[in-house]
Ligand binder design. Structure first.
Ligand code: SF4
Ligand code: MG
Length: 335
């Protein structure tokens, strides 16, 4: 069947301006030719260090940021070609949950007003229906209807993120783009919010894009995971494949940084060396070559393409030029 969301060749370049006349002196390729699909009911995790383009990707999908190039299809319709009015309607179906719920909740509005806002924007329901919907959603996210009269500062971080999730659900969306929804929360609270999101997904048949900077967070919620580095998707795989057999040296390094409870787990790669290069001046060829322990001569010259090397598992790295069965294939983790 047709994917719920299909992204092809997505690019977002930001101009770098300098001087008093703001002359364009260069470009930051924040998202550079990213393609992926999501099936209905699925969770796609998108992971990478800050500055890798994961948030820009998330925001470009519903044109909160206008893409420079590429196309986004939602239920077969081209979002990038929609008129303002068509886009406004489509946004009922695609909602976002943000990292910092406090910053995204108006401190002077009570929860009733905050949660009603998406309904008012989309002209859904009368006052009574909106009130009922707010009470229902507060219950669904584990709060109570009496919370509707309170203000954001009266809630804990975890509760505020529940409110952020409730707000995203007000228009009965099909797709939720969650940008680091638990990163600002205490570790003890993270699991609660993740479990809530998992339950909601089942109950409401939601599809998620779950953006995070660490592979540990998305492990138990994602069906598939895409790893981004400097604006590019460098590996995309089913969760099992990615966590059991990471292929890209960057993914291997990210995984080595995740604490694992299994003492038999053998770490075969070094941790990440050095800082992430500036996205305004990315390294040539494979942009990971400045930090890669397996760098070969041609890595700084040729850009590796994202290629499917086994069913459901794609990687952009010259080590896999001849597929997975090459004996010289150093980063292979088994055998
Ligand atoms: Fe490392 Fe080369 Fe693969 Fe890039 S293409 S990740 S530098 S081995
Ligand atoms: Mg971000």
């Amino acid at each position: 069947s047709e994917p719920l969301l299909k992204v092809t060749g997505l690019k977002k370049y930001f101009p770098i301006r300098a001087g008093i006349f703001g002359k364009e002196v260069g470009q930051v390729k924040a998202v550079d030719d990213v393609s992926f699909e999501i099936r209905q009911g699925e969770t796609l995790g998108i992971v990478g260090e800050s500055g890798c383009g994961k948030s820009t990707t998330g925001r470009s999908l519903m044109r909160l940021i206008e893409p420079t190039e590429g196309e986004v299809f939602f239920e077969g319709k081209n979002v990038t070609k929609m008129s303002k009015e068509e886009l406004r309607k489509a946004r009922r179906d695609i909602q976002m949950v943000f990292q910092d719920p406090y910053a995204s909740l108006n401190p002077r509005h009570n929860i009733q007003k905050i949660l009603e806002e998406p309904l008012r924007v989309h002209g859904i329901g009368d006052a009574k229906e909106r009130k009922e919907k707010v009470a229902k959603l507060l219950n669904i996210v584990g709060l109570s209807s009496y919370h509707a009269q309170r203000y954001p500062h009266q809630f804990s971080g975890g509760q505020r993120q529940r409110i952020g999730i409730a707000r995203a659900l007000m228009t009965n969306p099909k797709l939720i783009i969650a940008d680091e929804p638990v990163s600002a929360l205490d570790v003890s609270i993270q699991a609660q919010v993740l479990n809530l999101m998992k339950d909601l997904q089942e109950e409401l048949k939601l599809t998620y894009i779950f953006i995070a900077h660490d592979l540990g967070v998305v492990r138990h919620i994602s069906d598939r995971v895409g790893v981004m580095y400097l604006g590019k998707m460098v590996e995309l795989a089913n969760s099992e494949q990615l966590y059991e057999k990471p292929l890209h040296p960057y993914t291997q390094a990210l995984l080595a940084a995740v604490p694992v409870p299994d003492p038999d787990f053998k770490r075969e790669t070094e941790l990440l060396k050095g800082d992430i290069p500036s996205p305004s001046n990315p390294p040539s060829g494979c942009t990971f070559h400045t930090r890669c322990p397996f760098k070969m001569d041609h890595c700084s010259k040729e850009i590796p393409m994202l290629v499917e090397v086994e069913p459901g598992h794609s990687v952009a790295c010259h080590l896999y030029k001849d597929g997975l069965n090459n004996d010289n294939n150093f980063a292979k983790t088994e055998g």
